[in-house]
Ligand binder design. Structure first.
Ligand code: SF4
Length: 714
């Protein structure tokens, strides 16, 4: 890797990992390819803080096995280096041949929630125009789809938190459902200091996580319900609010519809019945309902927020569960009011922007449905094509992955920014499907587990090597800035997609310049819910704080200031009112029989991000968390004949995994926890269920019935 000449500089950018997108300053020395220092930078979300992943992020730039040239699989199963011309020519020829034989849908695309907005947009355009395929979806389906679906059907729009994070600081109560931000995004916790000081933090999690322990010492209440019963907690809280007349009647009358049906749907969930299902004492449920109600502005409180995370969203009833949370927030008059609100805590770095610009199987840029004739006409005009050229909706991620290589399924897959062999549910089946393809092309930084199955690996630039924008968990658009040169032959996906499109005979323009691509994306989004048309790099670089929607202003008018709190005046529904949605508890699909099986819940550790493809290559992080593990209560371990450090073998209907046991009393006795950052024997996703939510197509990662036994000792 040749050193590239640079002037000494400090570059203001953001962390490559999670949706908090903490602000960083990278210091670069003249002539060096790698930054010499990473520092936290003052910004409204992280206030100068970074977590261990952020501090060590520059290490990923110097990963020893970084892919620096295109790689083509050889006859003996290995790889050889190739020129870009050869690799792209090979991909284009094989894609063309497969499509000539089996139609355009013979080729599918799988994107990622970590791609910049520009790349996410370019990928959607590439799939629809250069490949002409319906089949594109992305790993955000595993992350935000339930919260997005619930917000869309209730609030008319999915805008993440829909308020600046700093607003949390003034609240009297915050209810956190299934998120462990104390571990996964530690700088977030600063924003909970105010509510903790007022004793108003409530955390719902089957584990006493770092976040749950923030409630200790009178700072709040931790509820540890039976895994999969979170919705019953929410239904019971709403039951109590209505039974005790604590709802915000004036707000409901003015801004909400659907209360009567919802009232009937929660009538059966009186606290004692909910206690029997959730294990949470009825009086504790009453305490929480009253705490939230007292914080409502209608009762002279300073405000309250409800936040959902993957713990309640990654369920086959995930959408309904989020709607139960929104129903509660609406009943208390919290949504669309400054100082209160509902929001999902987005996980992936561009989990928000990644779902707005056309990577989803059913959407076009601007967060518009691909079946909407007006949206098709507008986007087609920006793309310079007839609307009829744009294919119709495809299928969501799990359905796409399970169809690969089947007689009626795609024969080729292009993967961008996703390590599905580790991150998708029922991972063994995913690997089988990838192996059944005629052609697998993976764009990656490093030889991830998915890249190692590819026929062609295309090396790509990463965060500190590229310009672009990301949209954080608040719906705030931020600038990613290049600080260093990419190594070897690594190129941006923007360039790769343009080159492939040209070789496939596509006339559409694909700029490799991020700002040019952003401007086109912004035009394509005009008039949609996620309207970026008033945003420019110049405004972002001038330090303006811009949240979408931010439409372009008319000539002579001042620029639109963006919309940090989008629901203050009205909800973007036909009536302008939010809709309460009546939902019913169904429970997890895997049945857990008392005494025979145990609940498996999966999640993340501080040191690793998603599939671990990046963080497992950072020495400090790998040393701190070198391998997968199974966390369980000592009483459960006793019953199973396991001790700390023993290897436990876990079996579900999907497969088997094994990992060393860690003992903790911070987990329910009937539940074990496994992080999902590792492949191979320790892969939690070999166990997880790929059954999906009927509305959002979110897989049921979060609750799995698992049998556990001890591995034979030597
Ligand atoms: Fe911030 Fe998330 Fe990066 Fe940690 S991983 S520094 S919380 S953006």
């Amino acid at each position: 890797v040749a050193a590239a000449p640079h002037a000494a500089a400090s570059v203001a950018t953001h962390c490559p990992y999670c949706a908090l997108q903490c602000a960083q300053t990278l210091t670069v020395t003249a002539g060096e390819r790698l930054p010499v220092a990473v520092a936290g930078r003052e910004f409204p979300t992280n206030r100068g803080g970074l977590c261990q992943k952020g501090w060590t992020s520059a290490e990923v730039l110097r990963a020893a096995d970084r892919i620096t040239a295109p790689m083509i699989r050889t006859a003996d199963g290995g790889f050889r280096e190739a020129s870009w011309d050869e690799a792209l020519g090979l991909v284009a020829d094989r894609v063309s041949a497969l499509q000539a034989e089996s139609g355009n849908d013979a080729v599918a695309v799988f994107g990622g929630g970590g791609l910049t907005n520009e790349k996410a947009y370019a990928l959607g355009k590439f799939a629809r125009l250069a490949l002409g395929t319906r089949l594109i979806d992305y790993n955000g389906r595993f992350c935000m789809s339930s919260a997005a679906a619930a917000s869309n059907r209730s609030l008319g729009m999915d805008r993440g938190l829909a308020f600046p994070l700093a607003d949390l600081g003034g609240a009297d109560a915050v209810l956190v459902l299934g998120s462990n931000m104390g571990t996964t995004m530690p700088p977030f916790v600063q924003h909970l200091a105010g509510v903790r000081s007022r004793g108003g933090l409530v955390v719902v999690d089957p584990r006493a996580t770092v976040t749950a322990k923030l409630t200790d010492g009178g700072a709040g209440i931790h509820l540890a319900p039976v895994p999969g019963s979170d919705m019953v907690v929410l239904l019971a809280l709403l039951h109590i609010v209505l039974a005790e007349g604590m709802q915000d009647a004036a707000y409901l009358a003015a801004r909400v519809e659907g209360l009567d049906e919802v009232r009937r749907s929660v009538a059966q969930w009186w606290p004692e019945r909910a206690e029997a299902v959730t294990g949470i004492p009825a009086d504790t449920l009453r305490d929480v309902a009253r705490l939230l109600a007292a914080a409502s502005p209608s009762r002279e409180g300073r405000g309250a927020y409800l936040l959902t995370g993957r713990g309640v969203e990654q369920m086959a009833q995930g959408t309904d569960c989020v709607n139960a949370a929104i129903n509660l927030a609406l009943a208390l008059g919290l949504v669309g009011r400054e100082g209160s609100g509902y929001g999902p805590v987005t996980g992936q770095g561009n989990g928000q922007g990644g779902r707005e610009h056309g990577q989803k199987s059913d959407q076009l840029p601007g967060y518009r449905m691909i079946t909407d004739p007006a949206a098709r006409a507008h986007v087609a005009s920006v793309w310079g094509v007839d609307p009829a050229v744009i294919p119709g909706p495809g299928v969501p991620a799990v359905q796409l992955l399970t169809s690969l290589g089947t007689p009626d399924g795609p024969r080729a897959l292009l993967v961008h920014g996703s390590n599905v062999v580790v991150s998708a549910p029922n991972a063994t089946r995913v690997e089988e499907r990838l192996r059944a393809l005629d052609l697998l092309v993976v764009c990656d930084l490093v030889p991830s587990e998915t890249a190692m199955l590819a026929d062609v690996i295309l090396p790509v630039t990463q965060w500190a090597e590229e310009d672009g924008t990301m949209t954080n968990l608040e719906g705030r658009i931020i600038r990613r800035r290049a600080a260093v040169e990419a190594p070897g032959e690594a190129r941006s996906e923007l360039w790769i997609l343009g080159e492939l499109a040209r070789r496939l005979g596509c006339d559409a323009v694909f700029s490799e310049d991020a700002e040019t691509m952003f401007d086109e994306m912004a035009r394509a989004s005009a008039g949609g819910k996620a309207d970026y048309s008033g945003i420019t790099y110049a405004r972002l670089d001038a330090g303006e704080e811009l949240f979408w929607p931010c439409p372009a202003s008319s000539p002579g008018e001042p620029a639109h200031p963006g919309t940090p709190r989008p629901f203050l005046e009205r909800f973007p529904t036909p009536s302008g009112r939010a809709r309460m949605i009546a939902v019913a508890h169904r429970g997890p699909v895997d049945e857990v029989r008392h005494g025979a099986t145990t609940y498996l819940v999966t999640g993340r550790v501080l040191q690793h991000y998603q599939s671990g493809a990046q963080t497992r290559r950072v020495a400090e992080l790998a040393e701190a968390q070198p391998e997968s593990f199974v966390e369980m209560h000592p009483l459960l371990a006793d019953r199973l004949g396991l001790a700390a450090g023993d290897v436990a073998i876990l079996t579900t209907a999907r497969g088997e995994a094994s990992a060393p046991v860690r003992l903790t009393e911070d987990i329910r006795v009937d539940t074990v926890f496994m992080p999902f950052h590792w492949a191979g024997e320790g892969s939690a996703n070999r166990l997880t269920n790929d059954v999906t939510d009927p509305t959002s197509s979110m897989p049921e990662f979060k609750v799995t019935a698992v049998h556990i036994r001890a591995a034979l000792r030597d």
